[in-house]
Design a protein around this ligand. Sequence first.
Ligand code: URP
Ligand code: ZN
Ligand code: ZN
Ligand code: ZN
Length: 470
Amino acid sequence: MKKVIKNGTIVTATDTYQADLLIDNGVINQIGKHLPLDDAEIIDAKGCYVFPGGIDPHTHLEMPFGGTVTKDDFETGTIAAAFGGTTSVIDFCLTNKGETLKSAIETWHAKSKHKAVIDYGFHLQIVEMNDDVLHELPKVIEQEGITSFKVFMAYKNVLQADDETLFRTLISAKELGALVMVHAENGDVIDYLVKKALKQGNTDPIFHALTRPSEVEGEATGRAAILTGLANSQLYVVHVSCADAARKIAEARNNGIDIWGETCPQYLVLDQSYLEKPNFEGAKFVWSPPLREKWNQDVLWNALKTGQLQTVGSDQCSFDFNGQKDLGKGNFSKIPNGGPIIEDRVSILFSEGVKKGRITLNQFVDLISTRAAKLFGLYPRKGTIAVGVDADIVIFDPTVVRTISVETHHMAVDYNPFEGIKVTGEPISVLSRGEFVIRDKKFVGQLGAGQYLKRGKYGASDHSGTTNLV
Ligand code: URP
Ligand code: ZN
Ligand code: ZN
Ligand code: ZN
């Protein structure tokens, strides 16, 4: 059935205006006033913003990590995402040395296919570059539509790749039309610092932060940027947490290197002191890179405002406090790294960003949706409101004031790192390809309704308009 969303204020990355939307067959069919209402369901969005569904470019759903598996899978994770105003996620498909890429990708399809309630795609981890991997990469792009490769510069002896792998990945990505993503921390130096801390009996969660100082993030970010320039390639730095790394990205951009930076809500509103909470509660805030001294937040906000950082991902990687985080009691290095963020990403950016005057409303839409669509080959099918594009839409009440809490969130974990934080604004209804997933704050979606997204090549669908149009 056709739908008309009436009386709302449409917000895109560039414009804010009053208009109604006609949705037919899952796509936006008309935008304007006085649209034909015959045989259409009318949805009243009076007083609300109507913006493109969020795209979360950084999630780890059902990921084995730190001796356990993340609590939220493609079912609970995508339901929570939808409640939070996100209609697409791009999850990291992990690979193992010696395993074919095809087999790793099949594993991720099996996790997601019958569960996801919103659309989803995959980035592919490159842990080692060799002839077999090189041979498979073109098929990964052409057949799977996976056009972004992730290299970890940290987590020694687990996920970490060496510089040769990073450099060869950058060269291949340039040839094939893919974007390389890095987790930028110097894993070798961290490994040394962790061992030293433990030897000295420093086992509490705060030592997670103290053994990963911002210099190791800055150094790895700068190194990756230089290798990107040398390979004449393209790079996206995930989860930028601090001034040291943000400055390296800004410097490289000034030097003409094709480099992009993502930060996450946790780095914008929480700080290192959270890791010092008593009774091991600091473990709730253990992820990498770690939370930083508070002054870094102003630098990150400013980088978002001025365009030195371009996206906000969640880095959703959730573990229960009881039963998972406590694997690291008595040894901080065994605390599974990651936090539950997917549901609150959009609201925190709106409340802390737009409402507090740090970014504009249009920048907010760019940061939570449009820019990720452009960088990851989904634009304009996703990431904007225009005739002919997927009707992935959030109806957002910008006036509701509420308090974030584990009591009301929809993630599968037993705590929320933003517990007690007051936010203004809330998604009321969320549509994926024209169908309600959330309606009047209730889940009405269907398991398995989310479609796998084959994505376009890097740079192929920027502003030109029609590349991915249906
Ligand atoms: O601590 C984190 N961020 N866990 C998820 C894996 C990663 O590094 O992104
Ligand atoms: Zn990471
Ligand atoms: Zn991550
Ligand atoms: Zn452009």
